[in-house]
Write a protein that binds this ligand. Structure first.
Ligand SMILES: NC(=O)c1ccc[n+]([C@@H]2O[C@H](COP(=O)([O-])OP(=O)(O)OC[C@H]3O[C@@H](n4cnc5c(N)ncnc54)[C@H](OP(=O)(O)O)[C@@H]3O)[C@@H](O)[C@H]2O)c1
Length: 230
């Protein structure tokens, strides 16, 4: 039977490209978007592909994720925590970094994967090679020496740390957990001058997800599969 992949933030950017490619490859896709109203492309795809189910899900809301966990009828092989937010690229004195925007970024980028994995844990296939991936960023690596986007960077460093902790907790259940840098990608977040297209990023990422196994659990990887420093 074909594998099932669940993708958060599936209505645009990298999440949408991962959704399209997974459909083309014949995977069963559970595509989660924050708002159906902003997901016209996904809705159109559902007329074309019988292997696509769309769910409305806000990754910062346990009740919304719990509702999706009841809607899903098959076990999940690959859970992709992709939804993300960047509140601004300025430094310490940028007006972008107010209390609300800091809270929002931390909730979406750190709380989001945590609540998604917690509330969808029962839907994951157990002891049978299921995989949980968090789309992080090289900007969250502790090895950087940049001065921009301090809150986003901190949120992705925390997402990597979360990945490490959950990889230990889920190891005994045979569930591999890893985080990935998707490249600098031309999306609303990455901007039009970024290095690669969503298709290039999704293509490399998906083959990495397919090859992820328990021996690689706890790793932080580039989209091309090379290991990155946490
Ligand atoms: N683009 C890059 O160069 C780059 C580089 C490194 C890492 N990343 C990471 O890659 C992931 C995808 O980024 P992207 O470039 O595709 O970004 P994007 O185009 O801005 O898309 C972000 C996605 O996340 C969703 N989202 C935000 N908050 C949400 C919430 N509370 N609940 C559910 N969904 C939510 C958005 O939904 P709405 O449409 O409803 O807002 C949208 O689908 C993010 O985690 C990002 O940090 C991107």
């Amino acid at each position: 039977m074909n594998e099932t992949i669940l993708i958060t933030g599936a209505n645009r950017g990298i999440g949408l490209a991962l959704t399209k490619l997974s459909l083309l490859k014949g995977l069963n896709v559970e595509a989660c978007c924050r708002s159906m109203e902003k997901s016209d492309v996904l809705k159109k795809l559902s007329f074309q592909y019988s292997n696509l189910n769309i769910h409305e899900m806000d990754v910062t809301s346990s009740s919304s994720i719990e509702r999706v966990s009841h809607e899903i009828k098959v076990e999940i092989d690959i859970l992709v925590c992709n939804a993300g937010l960047n509140n601004g690229k300025g430094g310490l004195f940028s007006d972008d970094h107010d209390e609300k925007s800091i809270m929002d970024v931390m909730m979406v980028n750190v709380g989001g994967p945590f609540l998604t994995i917690k509330n969808l844990y029962n839907n994951l296939k157990k002891n049978n090679g299921s995989r949980v991936v968090i789309i992080s960023s090289l900007m969250g690596s502790q090895t950087h020496s940049s001065s921009n986007a301090p809150i986003y960077r901190a949120s992705k460093a925390a997402a990597n740390n979360l990945m490490r902790t959950l990889s230990s907790e889920l190891f005994e259940h045979g569930i591999a957990v890893a985080s990935y840098h998707p490249g600098w990608v031309r999306t609303d977040m990455g901007g039009e001058n970024a290095d690669i297209s969503t298709e290039e990023s999704a293509s490399s990422l998906l083959s990495q997800f397919m090859n992820l196994d328990i021996k690689k659990t706890g790793g932080f990887f580039n989209y091309d599969g090379n290991k990155l420093p946490l």
